[in-house]
Design a protein around this ligand. Structure first.
Ligand SMILES: [Zn+2]
Length: 448
């Protein structure tokens, strides 16, 4: 008798509610099985049918629909392999990623009459102060909408307008924001009544709290152990590659943990899943946390069209970024209040803080896509990128906060936004999976 373990698929709509009795087609290496889910939106299959084995790779995709979500070209998921060790997976309506796009230079689309919310600049306001007060999203919105930069002075009494509709949209989350605006859970100290950070639960869920040094150590050790070849070269060292100029004395687990915690808090990389995806991509892009600069000989790098603005940071910042909104050195340097990116571009390869911070910035700020690009991007399959997309809002460019894609656990889409292609996708997938094990994600993470 063969093993008759049943695996299940649960079909979910864009609100993540099961879709009862929906119709589906499951394609396995090109062969199609059709059927209907049960009352709970669930269907079961024999394990052997869907799970890849060392000798047989099974590429799956799912098409599902019902009356409310009729079958269209967007009813099909991206191709995937059954995740190792999972007995049940959730299939999300593929064209309903809630990716919040942010519009830039969008004045033209506004109606004639409207009320606009604004922020009144107060004495002593600074951009970083506003970020702490309002959150990075609002500050970015203010900045883009008022065509201001981090290097611009804030003048008392100035009205900074929010984009149209911004306030009303935000109001819904205002309460939620209050509770997690600091990203770190706090409680009153029993000794003196002052807020203190809740002690980290060792081995617990990593949502909304800092890593301890021991935890980061354990995670990175596990990643290294996972690839013996990498471990043979690097051991458990951090940023030890020849081309990395971060001083050895700086490249400690203590400092790295500190910087990761700062950046993750600052850029809303605050849930298990967001942290897993961020670390997986950083791990790949930084050659296993060995460098903060694009690999290659000087000769090779000089041959790059974007030299000297080569990849630096953990997720590598490239290109000079002269155009408005473009992610690059110029924009990032403005963000950190510097204007010397043309002479000090190596900052991100010698200062651990900026190497990590720039990566969080890139992650949160998102890859810049033109409206045309986003709609036309045919990735990762011929059916195109499936995003809920506010066409009317975008007249020029938009960015995607990669956190929101990470929320969907979509490695392919995250990789596309980081890499622009599929480079190293196998490794990136394996790092996500290994990090899930290191986080004990399936068991510990409670906010699923
Ligand atoms: Zn969690």
């Amino acid at each position: 008798m063969v093993n008759e373990t049943l695996y299940s698929i649960i079909f979910l709509d864009n609100e993540r509610n099961p879709i009862p009795n929906c119709y589906f087609e499951l394609t396995i290496n090109g062969h199609v099985i059709t059927g209907q889910a049960n009352n709970y939106g669930e269907v079961q299959f024999n394990r052997q049918l869907v799970e890849s084995t060392p000798t047989e790779y099974k590429e799956l995709n799912l098409t599902f629909w019902n009356e409310k979500f009729p079958k269209t070209e967007h009813s099909t998921t991206d191709s995937f392999v059954w995740p190792e060790g999972k007995t049940s997976i959730k299939a999300l309506m593929p064209d309903t990623y809630i990716i919040n796009t942010r519009s830039i230079l969008n004045e033209d689309d506004e109606p004639q009459e409207y009320q606009r919310a604004y922020y009144l600049v107060r004495k002593g306001d600074t951009w970083s102060g506003l970020e702490a007060k309002l959150g990075i999203n609002k500050v970015e919105a203010l900045m883009f909408h008022n065509r201001m930069k981090y290097s611009d002075q804030l003048v008392e009494g100035t009205k900074l307008y929010y984009p149209l509709g911004f306030r009303t949209k935000k109001e819904k989350t205002e309460k939620g924001e209050k509770t997690n605006s600091s990203s770190t859970k706090q409680q009153r100290s029993q000794e003196n009544g002052k807020p203190i950070e809740v002690a980290s639960k060792r081995g617990g869920c990593f949502c909304y709290r800092d890593f301890t040094v021991e935890e980061i150590k354990k995670i990175i050790y596990q990643l290294r152990d996972f690839e013996p070849n990498v471990k043979r070269t690097l051991g458990y060292s951090l940023f030890s590659a020849k081309n990395c100029n971060i001083p050895n004395s700086e490249a400690t687990y203590e400092n790295f943990t500190k910087e990761l915690n700062i950046a993750m808090k600052k850029y809303d990389i605050d849930t298990c899943l967001r942290k897993i995806h961020f670390l997986a991509q950083c791990y790949h892009e930084s050659a296993h946390f060995s460098t903060s600069q694009e690999l290659g000989s000087l000769e090779y790098l000089r041959g790059k069209s974007y030299y000297p603005y080569i990849g630096r940071g953990l997720i590598q910042l490239t290109h000079s970024g002269e155009r408005i909104g473009e992610i690059g050195y110029k924009q990032y340097f403005e963000y950190i209040g510097k204007n010397n990116y043309k002479t000090d571009y190596s900052l991100l390869n010698r200062d651990l803080h900026f190497a990590v911070d720039a990566s969080g910035y890139f992650w949160k700020r998102g890859k810049l896509l033109s409206a045309g690009n986003l709609l036309g991007a045919r990735y990762p399959n011929s059916r195109g990128v499936k995003v809920n997309y506010q066409k009317t809002k975008v007249s020029t460019h938009t960015t995607i906060d990669i956190n929101l894609v990470a929320d969907d656990d979509n490695i392919y889409q995250v990789t596309f936004l980081i890499n622009g292609g599929l480079n190293g996708i196998k490794e990136r997938i394996s790092y996500v999976n290994e990090l899930k094990r290191a986080f004990n994600y399936e068991i510990n993470h409670i906010n699923k």
